[in-house]
Design a protein around this ligand. Structure first.
Ligand code: FAD
Length: 380
C-alpha cells in the first residue's frame, strides 16, 4: 500500500460513547473517516450499556465542567430533535447530601458561579416534595433543572447513523489489534488487513491500554440494578427526577421509571478494578449485590430492595477521576479520549467535537488542560 494514499484522514478506534460521537463530528466536518468496533455497535459490556444515563449540569465533580456540560446539553437537544428519538428526557436531577460535603459544595459552586437554574430544598422541603427519598439528618436537596436522562444505546446508534450519512465507513465486529504511529501517519491492524490514516482517535474505553499501554487507565466494573416500586406512579419521570445522593459513605444514583415498571439504582465505588477488561464477570451471585440492596433498603423505602434484574458494565478509570483527552505523549498523530471514570456519557457529544477539532485543527476552544494525557507521566 502506498503511504502517500491513506485510507482515510482519521480513524476512530472503538465506537462506544466517545467513538460514535467523534466519528459523527469528524464526518460532519467533511473529513474522510473510518471507524472500528470490536463488538456490535450496541453491546452490553462497555460504557454505553444499561438503558439510561444521568445528565447533570450542576456537577459533583467540579464547577469547571459546566461549560462542557452546557455545550453537551445543547448538542443532546439538537440530536434529539433532529433524530426524532427520545435521546434526552428533561427530568431535572436532584442532588442530596449534607451541604458541607465536597460533592454538594461543588454542586452549589456550579449553580452559583454559572447561573444554572436550580432550587435549593431545605431538609423539610426535601421530604415534603420528594418523600420517595428517606430523610437523613441535615441533608438538603439541590434540584438542577437542566438535568435529565439519556438513552445510551440509542444515542450510540444515532451518532453512528449520522456519521454514516455524512460518509464515514464504520465497521463493527472488527477488532483493532495494533495501532502504530510514525512520522507520516498511523498504521492500524485488524484481522482483515492493515489500514493507513493520517491521524487516529483512540476511544476504546476500559480497553484503552491494549492499544495505548502508556494510558493511565484501569478497567472497573459498574453494576446497575433495577427495582420494583410499591407504586409505580410515584416514580414517573414527571414526579421523580434523576438523583445522586451521598449519605453515610454510600454513593447512590438512579433514575425514574423509564421502562414502565422499574426504577434503576446503582452504587458507585464498591467494585474492584479488573486486571484485564476481558475478565469481566457478568453474572453476579446475590451477595455481590448487597451494597446496593443495603443502600436501597435504607434510602429508597418505596422500592422492594431485592433487585428484579442487574447488569454489569465497564468504564476506564484514572487515578484523579479526570479523563485523558489529547495527543498521546510522544505520538501526536494519536489522540486519546478515555478514562471517563464513571461520569463521561453525558459529555460524549462535546468530547466528539473536541476530538474532531484536535484531529483536524490541532486545538479546541474548550479548556481541557487538566485532561492532558501527559500529566501522569510527568508526575511519575
Ligand atoms: C454502568 C455505568 C453507568 C454509568 N452512568 C453514567 C451516568 O449516569 N452518566 C454519565 O455521564 N456517565 C455514566 N457512566 C460513564 C459513561 O458511560 C462512560 O464514561 C462512557 O461511556 C465512556 O465512553 P468511552 O467511549 O470511553 O467507552 P465505551 O462507551 O465503553 O466505548 C469503548 C468502545 O471501544 C470498543 N473497543 C475496545 N477495544 C477495541 C478494539 N481493540 N477494537 C475495536 N473496538 C474496541 C469497545 O467494545 C467499546 O464499544 C456510566 C458508566 C457505566 C459503565
Amino acid at each position: 500500500m502506498s503511504r502517500s494514499l491513506p485510507d482515510a484522514d482519521v480513524a476512530v478506534l472503538g465506537l462506544g460513547a466517545m467513538g460514535s460521537m467523534t466519528a459523527w463530528q469528524l464526518a460532519a466536518a467533511g473529513a474522510r473517516v473510518i471507524g472500528f468496533e470490536q463488538y456490535g455497535l450496541v453491546h452490553d459490556r462497555g460504557g454505553a450499556g444499561g438503558e439510561s444515563r444521568l445528565f447533570r449540569a450542576a456537577y459533583h465533580e467540579g464547577a469547571e465542567y459546566v461549560p462542557l456540560l452546557r455545550r453537551a446539553r445543547d448538542m443532546w437537544i439538537e440530536l434529539t430533535q433532529a433524530s426524532g428519538r427520545p435521546l434526552f428526557t428533561p427530568t431535572g436531577c436532584l442532588s442530596i447530601g449534607r451541604p458541607d460535603i465536597e460533592p454538594m459544595r461543588n454542586v452549589r459552586a456550579s449553580v452559583d458561579e454559572h447561573g444554572l437554574d436550580h432550587e435549593i430544598l431545605a431538609p423539610d422541603e426535601l421530604t415534603a416534595r420528594f418523600p420517595q427519598h428517606a430523610p437523613a439528618d441535615g441533608e438538603i436537596g439541590i434540584l438542577d433543572l437542566a438535568g435529565g436522562m439519556l438513552r445510551p444505546e440509542l444515542a450510540v446508534l444515532t451518532a453512528a447513523e449520522r456519521a454514516r450519512e455524512a460518509g464515514a465507513r464504520l465497521m463493527d465486529r472488527t477488532v483493532v489489534s495494533a495501532v502504530e504511529p510514525d512520522s507520516g501517519g498511523v498504521t492500524i491492524v485488524t484481522d482483515e488487513r492493515t489500514w493507513r490514516v493520517r491521524r487516529a482517535v483512540v476511544t476504546t474505553g476500559a480497553w484503552v491500554r491494549e492499544l495505548v499501554p502508556q494510558a493511565a487507565v484501569v478497567p472497573k466494573p459498574i453494576v446497575l440494578t433495577w427495582f420494583a416500586p410499591s407504586d409505580v406512579e410515584d416514580y414517573r419521570p414527571d414526579v421523580f427526577p434523576a438523583f445522586i445522593r451521598d449519605t453515610d459513605g454510600m454513593h447512590l444514583f438512579g433514575c425514574p421509571v423509564m421502562d414502565g415498571v422499574s426504577v434503576k439504582a446503582g452504587v458507585a465505588d464498591v467494585w474492584d478494578p479488573l486486571r484485564d477488561p476481558r475478565d469481566l464477570t457478568r453474572d453476579l451471585p446475590e451477595p455481590a449485590l448487597e451494597p446496593v440492596t443495603a443502600a436501597v433498603r435504607r434510602l429508597l423505602p418505596g422500592l422492594h430492595p431485592e433487585p428484579i434484574r442487574h447488569g454489569v458494565y465497564m468504564d476506564g478509570y484514572t487515578a484523579d477521576r479526570t479523563a485523558l483527552a489529547g495527543p498521546v505523549p510522544g505520538a501526536p498523530q494519536l489522540i486519546v479520549l478515555a478514562g471517563f471514570s464513571g461520569h463521561g456519557f453525558k459529555m460524549a457529544p462535546v468530547f466528539g467535537s473536541i476530538a474532531a477539532d484536535l484531529a483536524l485543527h490541532d486545538g479546541t476552544s474548550f479548556d481541557i488542560a487538566r485532561m492532558d494525557p501527559a500529566r501522569f507521566s510527568r508526575a511519575a
